[in-house]
Design a protein around this ligand. Structure first.
Ligand code: FAQ
Length: 335
């Protein structure tokens, strides 16, 4: 179902197989020197085709994740327990839509249209984060998504604010600020349930943590030794910290938060390692990860069908906006 159609160059190589002309070589050398100096690449700068395709792949997967990520929480807007929680959740889900738009706009600076990218998503040819293929069964899931999923997203995205491709880095600065509010609102919702809630509400929180913990660790991607893109993306300054290192940072930051909250994390092997100065944790079920990434998770089909329905049901809005723009333009020209 999912392909890597945008990765045409040999993995781990930024050098084309055909010899370069002297001018191309000069451009490549200049590009690499800028990357090595920690500089930024702007849309009008020359860049190797593989760099451009790698960015289109990552940024579009990221944009799709944001808009598919609206669905699990959107499921709870009509059932939020209070007006305050409903207003917060509405704002959060709307923010995720906005993040998708910044990211599609950043991808468009690389010469690909938003329609094309959305077409790939709807045809099942594009990836989005594995995490959004899990169901939100209770209100506690909404809090846990904020705490763990947004928490993992921030850990992964803060280094992207220093991504070598400037439009992506700029989009990430704004996104990270908003994600950090999202993480705190989730933690706050859980804290209220754990401190002031009934035993049943505390059980609900624990159950949600049990279901979301491992999928949250999977968000960081496969282990470094099987991550096909990491070496090249790190070399180009697209990724700044490896999948495994980010995962470790997330575990180290989250364990003390779980203690304050009063929940246990569902991993009997989780313990502080004095020698490493990090928490050790158990093995991740990578078979489950690849199953979900391959389209066979608990909600993959539902998520894609919901996105396609939303697109089709919104056709009249796009048509009306285009008709309005055409009318305004005609009036402007006639004036
Ligand atoms: N799910 O070689 P790597 C959010 C794929 S936004 C699905 O390590 P890379 C906000 C990967 O694409 C969450 N597929 O790949 C929010 C590649 O497949 P390909 C999204 C995954 O790119 C919160 C293959 O495996 N964040 O949560 C996943 O170097 C709450 C090999 O992997 C971003 O997209 C996965 N988890 O590293 C919204 C951040 N992991 O393309 C609503 C930007 C890996 O060859 C509510 N992206 N794959 O077919 C990144 O940092 C990177 O792309 C990684 C993957 C780290 C995700």
């Amino acid at each position: 179902m999912y392909t890597q159609a945008m990765d045409l160059m040999p993995k781990g190589s930024d050098r084309p197989s055909t010899p370069l002309s002297a001018t191309e070589q000069q451009l490549l050398d200049r590009f690499e020197a800028r990357i090595d100096d920690g500089g930024f690449i702007e849309p009008k700068d020359w860049m190797p085709e593989h760099y451009r395709r790698t960015l289109v792949r990552q940024i579009s997967q990221h944009a799709h994740s944001e808009i598919v990520g609206m669905l699990p929480e959107g499921n709870w807007i009509t059932r939020a327990p209070t007006l305050k929680r409903k207003a917060i959740l509405l704002a959060k889900v709307q923010d995720e839509g906005g993040h998708g738009l910044y990211l599609y706009a950043a991808a468009e600076t690389l010469g690909v249209s938003r329609d094309e990218l959305i077409g790939q998503l709807h045809a099942g040819k594009a990836k989005y984060s594995s995490i959004f293929n899990y169901p939100t069964l209770t209100w506690a899931d909404v809090g846990v998504i904020g705490w763990l999923v947004d928490g993992a997203a921030i850990m992964n995205q803060v280094p992207l604010c220093r991504c070598s491709y400037a439009p992506y880095a700029r989009a990430m600065i704004r996104i990270c600020r908003e994600e950090s509010f999202h993480q705190r609102q989730g933690y706050d919702a859980l804290l209220v349930m754990m401190r002031n809630g009934t035993p049943r509400q505390r059980e609900m929180v624990q159950d949600a943590v049990n279901r979301w913990w491992w999928p949250s660790l999977m968000m960081f991607g496969p282990p470094d030794d099987v991550s096909s893109h990491s070496a090249q993306s790190m070399r180009w300054g697209i990724k700044r910290i490896s999948n495994d290192d980010l995962r470790q940072k997330f575990v180290d930051a989250t364990v003390p938060q779980a203690k304050v909250l009063g929940v246990t994390l569902p991993d009997p092997e989780l313990r502080w390692n004095e020698a490493r100065q990090h928490f050790d944790f158990g093995s991740i079920d990578w078979d489950e990860f690849w199953r979900v990434v391959g389209g066979d998770g608990p909600c993959n089909r539902e998520r894609l069908a919901d996105r396609v329905d939303a697109w089709e049901e919104g056709a009249w809005v796009r048509e009306a906006a285009l008709a309005h723009a055409a009318k305004t333009e005609a009036q402007r020209q006639a004036a």
